[in-house]
Design a protein around this ligand. Structure first.
Ligand code: PLP
Length: 408
């Protein structure tokens, strides 16, 4: 039996479909974000990163680094096992209190990633509701899709952010229990869901709501609670899910909900029970980041300002940006090979790192470069990015024209 052959032919299939992914070897430099070092085949070179999900640069914040380093010195490195075996580390207890307060919920429960929060959170919640029908947005993240699938519950997919379609499905479901799962900011198109209108429907048809705020926590709302915080809608959502790995700059995920929901997930979710907990130093660093962003709006304001300036500069240069109302700035390419070629040239010639986004992350024909300006991308960086993109678009013969895909 040629076992190795199965894997090499699987990889060959990806290459043939132009879906084989190559990751650059990058060394982040604390204190100098978004500058980093690219370990290129011919040696290290300085680069500027334009696609990080460390959206606010909190991964290098002195309070966050100090919390991680001090806690590791005092408590050591690992958690010592699952919480079932080793108990709760004190920093995790404090982090959960910080997160419950962030979302004005009775309780929060921390997982090892946002992915696991969704996968085990959605599947456990839905399984505990007898006869639950899950209504899931068509563009939900893979972790939510896996949560829905693993619940074993019946599901109905509504067209992306389509309230009429959702209502039709809710009406058709009658009075059985229902769980609506959706996101606030969709990370590839940078669009935002109508949270209040979704909650209106949920209330009208007696459904429970589960909202993924992974691309919004830390960045929106007066204390960084996300889009629901900004819109005054947190109290209307039953379960808010977030990550500690993007705007909070560390690692981990969580749900915030009523005491009963959080306790039930803690008691039933395999992805919580059977895995080693986050290290105390990671929990302490995440708590420091959450605490900082509750008090400080400077990072949020800086990000929104630099995002607006980046969008203006790219649009003025005629680059085909997808208009968004968020910090996510997609530049449409519409072809997998061209997208990879643009990304390669940006890195090799201009020292600018923007990972190509190809199928299956986005549908074929909507391949793009996804730019995420942070408060730390200054005017010089924006000017360099714009000039580099114009050069690359010219050399590769890519079409210019604002919002090309958005108009389709
Ligand atoms: N939810 C959404 C919408 C995401 O885009 C992601 C990751 O990119 C996740 C959840 C998973 O979060 P994490 O990276 O913390 O595992």
């Amino acid at each position: 039996m040629d076992y190795q052959g199965f894997f090499t032919s699987a990889l060959d299939r990806l290459r043939a479909e132009r879906r084989y992914r190559v990751f650059a070897d990058i060394e982040r430099v604390a204190g100098r974000f978004p500058q980093a070092i690219w370990h290129a085949p011919d040696g290290p070179r300085p680069i500027t990163v334009w696609c990080s999900n460390d959206y606010l640069g909190m991964g290098q914040h002195p309070d966050v680094i100090a919390a991680m380093a001090d806690t590791a010195q005092r408590l050591g490195t690992g958690a010592g096992g699952t919480r079932n075996i080793s108990g709760n580390s004190h920093p995790i207890v404090r982090l959960e209190a910080e997160l419950a307060d962030l979302h004005a919920k009775e309780a929060a429960l921390v997982f090892t990633s946002g992915y696991i929060s969704n996968q085990t959170g959605i599947s456990t919640i839905a399984r505990l509701i007898p006869g639950c029908l899950i209504l899931s947005d068509a563009l939900n993240h893979n972790s939510m899709i896996e949560g829905v699938r693993q619940s074993g519950c019946e599901k109905a997919i509504f067209r992306h952010n389509d309230l009429d379609h959702l209502e039709e499905l809710l009406r058709g479901a009658g009075d059985r229990p229902k769980l609506i799962v959706f996101e606030s900011v969709y990370s590839m198109d940078g669009d935002v869901s109508p949270i209040h209108a979704m909650c209106d429907l949920a209330e009208r048809y007696g459904a429970m709501t589960y909202l993924d705020e992974v691309h919004a926590v830390g960045m929106y709302g007066p204390r960084g609670g996300g889009i629901a915080d900004r819109e005054g809608a947190m109290g209307r959502i039953d379960v808010i899910e977030g990550t500690l790995g993007k705007a909070f700059g560390v690692l981990g995920g969580y749900i915030a909900a009523s005491r009963a929901v959080a306790d039930a997930v803690r008691s039933y979710a395999p992805g919580f029970i059977f895995t080693t907990a986050l290290p105390p130093a990671v929990a302490a660093a995440a708590a420091a980041s959450v605490r900082h962003l509750k008090r400080s709006g400077a990072e949020r304001e800086g990000q929104q300002r630099q995002v607006a300036r980046t969008k203006e500069a790219l649009a003025a240069a005629g680059l085909p940006i997808l208009p968004t109302e968020t910090h996510i700035v997609p530049i449409m390419v519409g072809d997998a090979e061209a997208c990879k070629a643009a990304s390669d040239r940006l890195l090799e010639k201009h020292g600018i790192y923007i990972q190509p986004i190809n199928y299956p992350t986005v549908p074929r024909g909507t391949e793009r470069l996804r730019i995420t300006p942070s408060p730390l991308h200054d005017e010089t960086a924006i000017a360099e990015l714009t000039a580099a993109l114009v050069e690359v678009w010219g050399v590769l013969g890519l079409p210019l024209g604002r919002g090309r895909m958005a108009a389709e």
